[in-house]
Design a protein around this ligand. Structure first.
Ligand code: GDP
Length: 302
């Protein structure tokens, strides 16, 4: 229900094709497909995916496989669903067999990293897990304070840097050690979203990954990249870099409630081959939802 309303702006963009399809006949094909192409591009599906979908449909219309507007609409939805579902992975988060499980949350500042971490803590805690938060964004002074607010809001313990100059990898290592000693199920690690240089940021993330692996073999179990949904396709190069350097296991797309560019979900999944695990649909503790490809398709195409 929430995801449904969360995509209303994207749905509005795409709804222009509904009327055309309602009165569709074969002689309208070019016009309808042009409009469809435009609507997909405006919603940030990206040129590659848009052309793929439109040409698939054209072929099936001209061969007589699709014979009505409603069949075209269903085929359109199926095309998008296939692009998303190929990536499989129904599991929300992989936790492995060793405790604590470690989840690193990465992404550039302002994308919704800390908020998503807080919402995820709330969700996992409600599922019965004992959660420890780790304030690994040691670069921004305010970041730890912000995470501390989320710790209070969700009733979770938090590990923060002991000194101002503490390294992120040290803080995360301490947190995972404490998690191990005190029987936590999951340690949720915040990380920096900006450093003096991008190179330094990537170095730090690699160091964080190594540091937690030293405490618990197999950690981190998940590295979730938070991407700002309002940036649409502009998120792609950034996502590619994080993935190449650090290795991303899942995506969290935020702010889709305010974005008309929801088609970027399809492009990012197709391009990176990484599943979307969650979508952020608001700023409250409950506004993080597991991503469901079918619900997404139904939400954007009604
Ligand atoms: P960080 O710098 O990546 O840690 O980003 P924050 O978690 O501080 O989020 C930046 C802003 O985006 C804050 O004002 C959040 O409340 C807001 N925000 C985060 N996720 C969402 C979301 O899913 N929907 C909306 N509407 N706002 C969000």
């Amino acid at each position: 229900e929430k995801v449904f309303s969360g995509f209303s702006k994207t749905r509005n963009n795409l709804s222009v094709i509904d009327e055309l399809l309602l009165y569709w006949n074969l002689s309208d094909t070019d016009k309808v497909l042009d409009e469809l192409e435009e609507a997909l591009l405006v919603s940030d599906f990206g040129p590659k995916i848009t052309i793929k979908i439109v040409e698939n449909l054209r072929e099936d219309i001209l061969s007589g496989k699709l014979k009505s507007g409603s069949e075209i609409k269903e085929a359109l939805k199926k095309n998008v669903l296939d692009l998303l579902s190929n990536r499989g992975s129904k599991t929300e988060v992989k936790l492995g067999s060793r405790k604590p499980a470690v989840i690193m949350i990465i992404g550039v500042n302002g994308g919704g990293k800390t908020t998503s971490l807080g919402k995820l803590a709330y969700r996992l805690k409600n599922g019965g897990a004992k959660i420890l938060l780790a304030a690994g964004d040691t670069f921004r002074a305010a970041a730890s304070d912000q995470l501390e607010i989320w710790a209070e809001r969700t009733g979770c313990e938090i590990v923060m840097a002991e000194t101002e100059k503490a390294k992120a990898s040290v803080v995360l290592s301490q947190a995972v050690k404490r998690g191990k000693q005190e029987g936590y199920d999951i340690v949720l690690c915040d990380t920096s979203g900006r450093l003096h240089t991008n190179y330094r940021l990537m170095e730090e993330l690699i160091a964080c990954k190594k540091a937690v692996a030293k405490v618990v073999a197999g950690a981190p179990n998940e590295i979730l990249l938070v991407l700002d949904g309002t940036t649409g396709l502009n998120m792609l190069p950034q996502a590619r870099e994080f993935n190449e350097v650090v290795g991303v296991t899942g995506l969290i797309l935020t702010k889709l409630d305010g974005s008309a560019r929801g088609g970027c979900v399809v492009s990012v999944v197709d391009e990176l081959g990484i599943p979307v695990k969650f979508v952020g649909v608001g700023e409250g503790v409950e506004d993080l939802q597991p991503f469901d490809a079918e619900a997404f398709v139904n939400a954007i195409f009604t």
